[in-house]
Ligand binder design. Structure first.
Ligand code: HMG
Ligand code: MG
Length: 305
């Protein structure tokens, strides 16, 4: 596929309220998280990853999941997703009526142990009843696959492991998967191989790119994914975030930077870039630091200029 024949549109999930804020050391009030979600939906996002139903001992920042989910004024046509690692998490989540739940595994044995305290095989055993219960309740199911190119503990991850994990996810009824570069070490060809491995089990409409930008490669990796026809992506307003169990890993690619690139290529996102930039500036003010988005900084300088 040439760049001229890149997908005409993309679907972006802003994962800032969850992936972004889960890693904040300072407590972020639930009201701020609720307002962030509202600003993102006002900017045009049709999918927002809101929170996680995980152990508050492991990730204290997500302990207010119920307050956040019940505080949002939901907009019709927006899909609100939440992370659920096990049945306990699902049972709590279901009371808050998410549109989609996310089970999250890893293509690395060591990362699986550090992140969710079980082996890859055990994680699939735990996810299976969660997926079954969600599907029975009419809730969509996504599977996040961490460390699909590199792991902070094991180093390079071969695509074969991604293929295996994607197959296991498919086998238990997961409907779509995220190919995550958790620590942002991926470069375009490696990311393409990881995506290809997921595409053995899921079609092009059900594989998304979730690229952290630690090494500044996320936009290049997005371009490589677009080149394969991938059109689903995840990004984080203001480039917030990182995983608490991936030390040193920074946030996802900033939504502002992703949207700017896509619009520049003539690819539709449905997002109002100015409203998104304002949402990023606003959350930066709440957290007491400037946006990590290069586009937001450039636009801000121009506005002041
Ligand atoms: P565990 O300690 O093995 O669980 O944790 P357990 O079943 O042995 O239970 C121990 C205690 O945790 C018990 O409480 C349970 O009730 C409680 P106690 O009796 O000690 O008071 N517990 C829970 N509480 C609330 N919600 C739950 C829950 N489950 C058990 N769902 C567990 C296993 C998975 C819970 C734990 O390891 C955990 O919470 N991990 C959090 C991992 C996480 O949130 N990581 C960040 C998100 S993943 C990510 O960022 C990557 C992604 O962005 C993609 C990418 O970039 O790679 C998605
Ligand atoms: Mg992530």
């Amino acid at each position: 596929m040439s760049f001229l024949s890149s997908p005409p549109r993309t679907r972006i999930i802003d994962v800032g309220p969850r992936d972004g804020l889960q890693n904040e050391a300072q407590a972020v009030p639930a009201a701020v998280k609720v307002e962030l979600v509202q600003r993102l939906q006002a900017a045009g996002f049709k999918e927002i990853e809101v929170t996680s139903y995980v152990s508050p001992k492991w990730v204290p920042q997500m302990a207010d999941n119920h307050a956040v989910m019940s505080g949002i004024a939901r907009q019709a046509g927006v899909r609100y997703s939440v992370l659920t690692p096990n049945l306990k998490g699902f049972e709590a989540a279901v009371l808050d009526r998410p549109d989609e739940i996310v089970v999250f595994g890893a293509a690395s044995e060591a990362f699986s142990q550090k992140n969710i305290n079980c082996s890859m095989a055990e994680s699939i055993e735990r996810f299976a009843p969660v997926v079954e219960a969600a599907r029975a309740a009419g809730i969509a199911v996504r599977g996040a696959m961490s460390c699909t190119v590199g792991c902070p503990y094991e180093g390079d991850i071969p695509p074969e492991r991604v293929r295996q994990l994607a197959g296991l996810m498919k086998g238990i009824g997961v409907q779509r998967v995220d190919v995550a570069d958790t620590i942002g070490v991926g470069t375009p060809l490696k990311v393409q191989r990881a995506l290809e491995a997921a595409l053995v089990h899921f079609d092009i409409n059900h594989v998304s790119g979730h690229f952290h930008d630690t090494y500044g490669q996320a936009l290049s990796n997005t371009l490589a994914a677009l080149h394969m026809g991938v059109w689903n992506f995840q990004s984080s307003v203001a480039g917030l975030g990182g995983c608490p169990y991936a030390k040193g890993a920074t946030g996802n690619v900033a939504s502002e930077d992703l949207v700017f690139m896509l619009h520049g290529m003539g690819i539709e996102t449905g997002i109002d870039l100015d409203a998104l930039i304002d949402a990023g500036i606003w959350i930066g003010e709440q957290l007491g630091r400037p946006s990590a988005s290069r586009v937001a900084r450039a636009v801000l300088a121009k506005r002041k200029g």
